[in-house]
Design a binder for this molecule. Structure first.
Ligand code: GLU
Length: 420
């Protein structure tokens, strides 16, 4: 049985608490989100009928600053998942050292079955329903699985209409025309590339001789793959919900990206006109492919106790949140696989979200070089901090990232003192 995502995150927190002799009170605080809201979201479908969806917003911990985290639209989204994701956001913001706590939101829905107009109404009603607990200094949402800049534009508009003024800093990941930041769309994939290349450097491996498989070809997977190709890596396999593609000589990633960008609703990989040598590949086969680097950039719980032993890649870079369960992680650690954990590898998104928030507050917008340079500095500092702890304490990179972030949150809680 694959463990639940939240169970897996809690087990990792418990293991870290024991390792660093964390104050038992603070340990209890980290095991329970500060605030959880479940909302019902009625919308009028294009047919005129009313449909009711369920949405969530969970704020895990605000000791280090306002809560921050994305919103996902997915048929399997539930409170347990959103709790796990909110918890990871607190840790992610602490690793990157951006002044935020963690939150996450989601709506249980199948976005591919909704029209654009329906999605817009769903987003605006959800924004209105969670408005009592969010705010630019309280909790700032952003995109996640199946949401994007357009969704954030709708969200920002709903809050602005409620408040009678434009509120740019209520949400990040907005369109450039509506106070978004240059480099935000690419930021998570860029962070995946930066951390992967940094690990290759540490292991004295040449990116030009490095083969990669990427599970998930959404925002994170596609941009991560494109930037890794720019660094000289060969992408041997990719996949999306419709299936996978592989080529032992390397896939033509820019051409595949052109295909998925050819229509507003990204066409699927199964409809891509294959190049010479391209073959199809199944999900399990992709995960177990003999490549140097595996980038799971889809959803949680992909690598677990039943398949971790079959993973051949020596390096895993977690583009997704929680793609490896705690039990799967233990197996990989025993086998000596390097795993760059989600709370480090995919933190590029929230880092540039932080830049966007700062730019919105100052109404002063940066150039793309400034964004990318600052992102690189923060990512490499996070990487070094994690790497050094892992060497010093002889623990995995995930254990090191958990030690680093939990200590930072615990210090913030201590310094503030418990209210009242
Ligand atoms: N959803 C992204 C994540 O999981 C970004 C969150 C944000 O930018 O606030 O890190």
């Amino acid at each position: 049985m694959v463990q639940s995502f939240y169970e897996s995150v809690l087990e990792q927190i418990d293991a870290t608490a024991e390792r660093i002799s964390l104050d038992p009170g603070i340990h209890k605080m980290l095991r329970q989100p500060e605030r959880e809201l479940t909302v019902s979201i009625p919308i009028e479908k294009d047919s005129g009928e009313i449909e009711v969806y369920t949405g969530y917003r969970v704020q895990h911990n605000s000791a280090r600053g306002p809560c921050k985290g994305g919103i996902r639209y997915h048929p399997d989204t539930n409170l347990d998942e959103v709790r796990a994701l909110a918890t990871l956001m607190s840790l992610k913001c602490a690793v990157a050292n951006v002044p935020y706590g963690g939150a996450k939101g989601g709506i249980t829905c199948a976005p591919s079955k909704l029209s654009k107009k329906e999605l817009q109404r769903l987003t605006k009603r959800y924004a209105a329903m969670i408005l009592p607990i969010i705010g630019p200094r309280r909790d700032i949402p952003a995109p996640d699985v199946n949401t994007n800049a357009e969704t954030m534009g709708w969200f920002m508009d709903a809050v602005s209409m409620e408040q009678g003024k434009t509120v740019l800093d209520i949400v990040t990941g907005k369109p450039l025309e509506l106070g978004g930041s240059l480099g935000r769309r690419e930021a998570t994939g860029r962070g995946v590339m930066l951390t992967a290349i940094e690990l290759l450097k540490k292991l004295k491996k040449d990116p030009k001789k490095t083969t990669v498989a990427v599970q998930g070809f959404g925002n994170v997977g596609s941009i991560g793959a494109e930037l890794l190709v720019e660094q000289g890596c060969t992408i041997n396999a990719i996949s999306d919900v419709s299936g996978g593609l592989c080529n032992p000589d390397g896939l033509d990633i820019p051409d595949i990206i052109k295909h998925i960008n050819s229509k507003p609703r990204a066409p699927l990989l199964k409809d891509y006109k294959r190049k010479k040598g391209d073959e199809t590949i199944g999900n399990e086969e992709l995960l177990e492919l003999d490549v140097d680097v595996l980038v799971p950039a889809a959803l949680e719980n992909q690598i677990h106790s039943d398949n971790a032993d079959n993973i051949k890649a020596g390096i895993i870079v977690e583009g997704a949140n929680g793609p490896v369960t705690k039990k799967g992680d233990e197996i990989l650690a025993e086998r000596g696989t390097y795993v760059i954990p989600d709370i480090l590898a995919n933190s590029g998104g929230v880092v540039v979200s932080y830049f966007e928030w700062v730019q919105g507050i100052q109404s002063f917008f940066w150039g793309v070089n400034e964004v990318n340079e600052n992102l690189k500095n923060i990512m490499l500092k996070g990487f070094d901090d994690v790497w050094n702890i892992s060497k010093e304490k002889k623990v995995t990179l995930r254990d090191a990232a958990f030690i680093l972030s939990i200590k930072k949150i615990a210090k913030a809680v201590e310094l503030r003192g418990i209210f009242p």
